[in-house]
Design a protein around this ligand. Structure first.
Ligand code: NAI
Length: 348
């Protein structure tokens, strides 16, 4: 038997428990097929955790991530216009998970309006408008600070160029609104430009965010890797998810020097929670990223192949992508695909 990986698991809210349960079940079978074992340390976070422990993020959860350095996370509901601060933003800041990495790629067998999309979104994850510095100056006037630093901008630009260089990506566009936010976005751009000079083989471009949204919808193929500040990256990720079939599909990784949290781009989807209809593919593909991150590439490839086989067969797909299967049935189909590949490997 191979290595046991201890991983922090945050099931989350809404559809979170359903999609994390699907991933845990599938990973168990992938692990059996590849000699990898997973030990999960489960924690609630957010409103559920507060009810139980009187804390939105229990101390034990922080300690678990510190120890394991890897977490798999379901989406967490954040109250709108008040209430407690975002659990996601808090965890990203606490562990300095400065890079939010989101690959946007079509799955075989799933037709969309945009076939053959292959985009990488790299979003700065700790600064910008998401620092949470807001206050009411006088009644009726609220000030919200956007913080952009040279350190944070250079660090994310280096991550993007290093990733591109290592993975044969040819082009990076820094996305901005420096025509209006001359100082903050201006600094972000200057840092990206400076870093780009160290990578002469990668074409560097700059596009204004509003134009970028139009350009993406007209022709996403003109882009390769997008480098964005926090808020722009958040919005553009959902836009780009639509190219490949929607939010049920797109994975993500929050990466820092000390820890990594893997989670889907989507939220807790309260409109479909508890109905066994959510698509777990986005979190399954996040688990593929996680397996690569922990050095289990054989398991990662096996899981990706099983997901792709399930889509290619088109027999057991969830409603959001034109099927009628439930979350559990879809996970069962992926498990079946893993087991079939195991049997055929034994026969040959
Ligand atoms: P959402 O991403 O939860 O849902 C948007 C739409 O996509 C809904 O129609 C939903 O049914 C659909 N959808 C999302 N995931 C799906 C899946 N796996 N399968 C099928 N359909 C899916 O965004 P919304 O409604 O704006 O946010 C709901 C809550 O989630 C909010 O409290 C928000 O703060 C939180 N949120 C949490 C995130 C996280 O924990 N990383 C990320 C984004 C939002």
């Amino acid at each position: 038997m191979g290595k046991t990986h201890t991983i922090t698991l945050i099931p989350g809210d809404g559809i979170g428990p359903e999609v994390t349960d699907a991933v845990v079940r599938v990973l168990e079978v992938v692990g059996e097929a590849t000699g990898v074992q997973f030990a999960w340390e489960r924690f609630a976070a957010g409103a559920g955790a507060f009810e139980k422990h009187g804390e939105y993020i229990p101390k034990e959860l922080y300690a678990s991530i510190e120890r394991n350095r890897v977490a798999l996370k379901g989406p967490v509901t954040t109250p709108v216009g008040g209430g407690f601060p975002s659990i996601n933003v808090t965890l990203r800041k606490k562990f300095e998970l400065y890079s939010n990495f989101r690959p946007i790629k079509n799955l075989p067998g799933l037709e969309t309006r945009y076939p053959g999309v292959d985009l990488i979104i790299i979003r700065e994850n700790t600064e910008g408008e998401y620092v949470g510095l807001e206050h009411e100056v006088v009644p009726g006037v609220v000030e919200s600070l956007k913080v952009i630093t040279e350190k944070g901008s250079t660090r994310i630009a280096k991550f993007a160029f290093e990733y591109a260089a290592k993975h044969g990506r040819r082009k990076i566009h820094a996305i901005h609104k420096a025509n209006i936010m001359k100082m903050s976005d201006g600094l972000f751009l200057r840092c990206a430009r400076d870093v780009s000079k160290g990578y002469p083989d990668i074409t560097y471009g700059e596009h204004i965010i509003d134009n970028t949204c139009m350009q993406l919808v007209m022709n996403p193929y003109q882009y390769d890797t997008l480098l964005l500040e926090n808020l722009y990256g958040d919005i553009v990720s959902d836009l780009c998810a639509a190219f490949v079939g929607g939010l049920g599909l797109v994975p993500g990784a929050n990466l820092g020097a000390e820890a990594a949290i893997f989670e889907a781009v989507h939220g807790s989807a309260p409109d479909i929670a508890g109905k066994d209809i959510a698509n777990p593919t986005a979190l399954l593909q996040s688990a593929v990223l996680m397996l690569h991150h922990i050095g289990e590439s054989e398991a990662a490839d096996k899981l990706q192949a099983a997901i792709e086989k399930t889509y290619t067969e088109r027999k057991t797909l969830t409603r959001d992508v034109g099927g009628s299967a439930g979350t559990r049935a879809f996970a069962d189909a992926v498990i079946q695909a893993v087991e079939t590949s195991r049997e055929s490997a034994t026969i040959t």
